[in-house]
Design a protein around this ligand. Structure first.
Ligand code: ATP
Ligand code: MG
Length: 413
């Protein structure tokens, strides 16, 4: 679990603000769901035989003996929330959320045990047009963040549960014949969740899969038509994508469209956003059948992509230095006055001991354009020294004229 230092947190905030702007422009409403849910919500809906439920959940008993789990993902909590509040059946909804998720994974670059996601979930729209809209929206987010050149889209269809069952038995037959070549994890999955083997990162297993049957050939007519129509709309918009039959996502609830946005710039942890359709999930939480589709993006990985080019806007615009006790008390009041009347800008008071020289060093380091210097003499005369930090020019300004003077400097170059 990582600490977020100021620069990193600022990048996270920038991503969230930018992404929120795009979500709002598509009519999404922000929602909040709890970090803790009952364990069985995840084990039942994410799926007993998934990595998440098998080995990644932070699960504990609370004081009542109820088994709770720190959410490893957002979708099932949103579906539960929607169902409990009567927001899903026969309605059209576009929701988004942001917040931490928890998975007990092996920590490595781009993979943490607490990480931040922004997710979008849509309900009541069963056709491929909303899938396309979601992908257009993602593309717009990457553009707004300035990373669209480094991210590409991989797309697949998982069909219905029936097509998957038919495919599953073919895949198992194929792999049974090649057991000797499989890694230990894949051998285990052969019994529990064979489709997950497609996702294996073991090179030898990947080689062996090259000639395996693909799910794409098992799609029923409706899933195929859905997928074809989605591809047509993406083509019309000239949104590039690759069909990748090995994208099966790590959770049980997906059907039809699934996708991942991937970058090559982060090494092995290259998926920055993943999602797809989950038309059966609302029924599984006890609601009436309502189609759903959504995605979640990982802020930690996006932040790593932005780290090189991100320019911080933290720091100060005006830095107030003071010498002596009276001047320091005056500085505090003056800063309040500036904040109240200037209407914008960041005003930082030194608020500690220090020679003028060291205070001015802090002023420079803060990035401020202006330093205000207050000594005992200035206080008694009702004026302050204003120093333009880029040019080094300085002048005395009366207390009454100060706000006007600062606005002028801060508005100018
Ligand atoms: P991966 O294949 O990388 O394990 P995943 O399929 O488990 O990803 P999802 O459940 O689809 O991931 O989550 C969506 C996004 O959340 C991922 O694309 C990734 O950006 C981010 N994410 C998932 N797990 C982690 C983690 N442990 N640390 C940081 N980010 C993560
Ligand atoms: Mg994972």
């Amino acid at each position: 679990m990582q600490d977020l230092l100021p620069r990193q947190k600022e990048i996270f905030r920038y991503i969230e603000d930018t992404v929120r702007g795009v979500l709002e422009s598509y009519g999404y409403a922000e929602i909040g769901v709890p970090v803790l849910e009952s364990t069985q919500l995840f084990s039942r809906l994410v799926g007993e035989a998934t990595d998440i439920v098998e080995k990644e959940m932070y699960t504990f008993e609370d004081r009542n003996g109820d088994s709770l789990t720190m959410r490893p993902e957002g979708t099932v909590g949103v579906v539960r929330m929607g169902q409990e509040n009567g927001l899903l059946f026969n309605q059209i909804q576009r929701f988004w959320y942001a917040g931490p998720m928890f998975r007990h994974e092996r920590p490595q670059k781009g993979r943490y045990r607490q990480f931040e996601q922004i997710g979008a979930e849509c309900f009541g729209m069963g056709g491929p047009d909303i899938d396309a809209e979601l992908l257009f929206m993602c593309q717009r987010m990457w553009q707004a963040l300035g990373v669209s050149d480094e991210i590409h889209l991989e797309l697949n269809s998982m069909g219905t549960a029936e097509c998957r069952a038919a495919y599953r038995s073919e895949l198992v037959a194929y792999l049974e014949d090649r057991r000797d070549g499989l890694d230990e994890d894949s051998l285990r999955r052969l019994e529990t969740n064979p489709l997950r083997i497609l996702d294996s990162k073991v090179p030898k297993t990947q080689e062996l899969l090259a000639d395996a049957p693909t799910l794409t050939n098992f799609l029923d007519e409706e899933s195929q038509a859905h997928f074809d129509q989605l591809r047509r709309v993406l083509d019309q918009k000239q949104l590039p994508y690759q069909v990748n039959p090995s994208i099966v996502r790590g959770l049980d609830y997906y059907n039809k469209t699934v996708f991942e946005w991937v970058t090559d710039s982060l090494g092995a942890q290259g998926t920055v956003c993943g999602g797809g359709r989950y038309d059966g999930l609302v029924e599984q939480v006890g609601g009436k059948a309502t189609p759903g589709v959504g995605f979640a993006m990982g802020l930690d990985r996006l932040a790593m992509m932005l780290d090189d080019k991100f320019e911080s806007t933290a720091g100060a615009d005006v830095y107030i230095a003071s010498l002596g006790e009276t001047a320091r008390a005056y500085a505090l009041l003056l800063a309040e006055d500036i904040r109240g009347n200037l209407g914008h800008g960041k005003v930082v008071v030194h608020c500690a001991d220090g020679k003028l020289k060291s205070q001015m060093k802090k002023a420079d380091a803060s990035g401020a354009r202006v330093a205000i210097i207050i000594g005992e003499e200035e206080v008694s005369k009702g004026e302050v020294t204003v120093k333009h930090l880029q040019t080094g020019e300085q002048q005395s300004v009366s207390a009454e004229g100060l706000i006007g003077h600062l606005s002028e400097i801060l508005a100018g170059g």
